[in-house]
Design a binder for this molecule. Sequence first.
Ligand code: PEP
Ligand code: MG
Length: 586
Amino acid sequence: MKTESTHKEETVLKGIPASPGIVIGPVFLFQKQAPVFEERSIHLDDVDRELGRLEQAIARSHKELSKILEFAEKKLGEDKIKIFEAQLMFLEDAVLFDAIYARIKSELKNAEFIVNDEIGKYHRIMLASKDEYTLERAHDVEDVRNRVIRNLQEQRAISRLEGSSIIVSQNLTAVDTLILSRNDVLAYATDLGGITSHTALLSRALKIPAVVGLKSISHLVHDQDQIVLDGYSGNVVLNPTEKTIKKYEAKRERYHEFEAKLAGLRDLPAETLDHHRVELSANAEFEEELDFIKIQGADGIGLYRSEYLIVGKEVFPSEEEQYSQYKLLAEAMYPKRVIVRTFDIGGDKLMVESIKENNPFLGWRGIRVMLDKPNLFIEQLRAILRASSRKNIAVMFPMVSTLTEVREAKKYLDEAKHQLKKENVPYDARIKVGVMIEVPAAAVIAEDLAEEVDFLSIGTNDLIQYLLAVDRGNDVVSSLYQEFNPAVVRFLRRIIERGKKKGVWVGMCGEMAGDPLATILLLGLGLDEFSVVPNMLPEIKKIIRSVKFTEAQKIAKYVLSLKTEAEIKDHLRSVMKKKFPDMPID
Ligand code: PEP
Ligand code: MG
């Protein structure tokens, strides 16, 4: 990250692009004041009054959060309100608040002090976690504490802003993001947060551009500063010069024009000029994305990240809850296919049990967790199977590294089928099964895995980090995280060839599938299915429809002979420049 100057000099900050769009506008610095209060001793006679004050503050906080929940439900639909329900649940935690009441009585201290101290204990433990999910929840706990203290002091929260602005903050909780969106928010920019943070998830759902993980933006800007935020590349420009503003306005214009031109592609197939057809599907996390995915003309859902059902929950969703979600997806997309990936928890994602691991990315993740939890795994498989009776659902296993894991997972699938059969519950007996190829070991044995399943789906996000030994979330080595590294490209060729030789189709659901610079290469390597972030669908389709398969094969062959990432990118860029002079490629 560059932080060259804080003065009037132009400064470019590099963050994580969380929600697309380019915005130029004034900053509103959203600073969350830590509550200011005194530690006060109270008289024995005042205890009842103090307890009453706390009771009222809790009731008021409850009312506020219930309203927020209601608003979230309207704006986001039922699925994402779980994030908000979590705060309400915390507020309803009888053990916690009983302890607070008891301490006020025994220590004879004011409610603000005890609330701060008692909830602060939880907060500190959660903040010490390395797990991104627990850290996110720590901010929610802090939010509840501040809300109760604010209500004890009978103050009101900031939620109304004048005019339109780019909200800059150290961090935004789900509640902040949602409540601020009632105003004319142009974009969000935060110091903290990753691609799966609440700000990122909600801003995508709210269709508000956002860049997160900017490290220090909240210290570098002032209210009303004019900044540029590019939610495509993750760049935020402070003190932009006239020239920079013009450059970004032009980029925004190009994107708009390009998007307008793409609108007509919706109902056309993803087919090359010489009629080689591929499948172009979407990755999905939330049911609210379904309408957009359909509008974008997806051939189906190539990756449904089921673990997002656990966001905001401490426990796994029940079979019934899962069934209704998978059924909703299957019905909404019918007759198109939905590939449900079994829970991929661990790594930087939500943990069910807070086990501490030194290397979570090399630890208890994906299929490893589910094979260790057969009951939960069978429940999920039963829910997926029950939703498959229309025959448009497939199931896919993440983080596979051995053949034995796949065989075991399939045994559980058979067990789930067996149970449903006995219960006379309908399901697709021939449900298609796939594995994700995201661990190098799985890529090496792709042909053996292919013999066990119906399809392979390459998860480049993880595959690249494991193949190149580069943590996908570590800034220090981010320049080494290379989609176009020759080792990656040759590995991809190998997986695609081996899989297809065994007669299964090979797709890709990692971010690389949605990178326009990679499309012709992947097509030429023989990829059968591209599953991409929904907003990239038209652009990728446009590229596919503008080349001949034979030409893409030639380009792929040439790329395979190149020896550095720079050579590969330069070559692909020059191909794209020639073919699509007006396509904005970074
Ligand atoms: C991947 O690793 O490429 C992938 C699609 O899975 P996730 O990003 O959810 O780990
Ligand atoms: Mg993965």
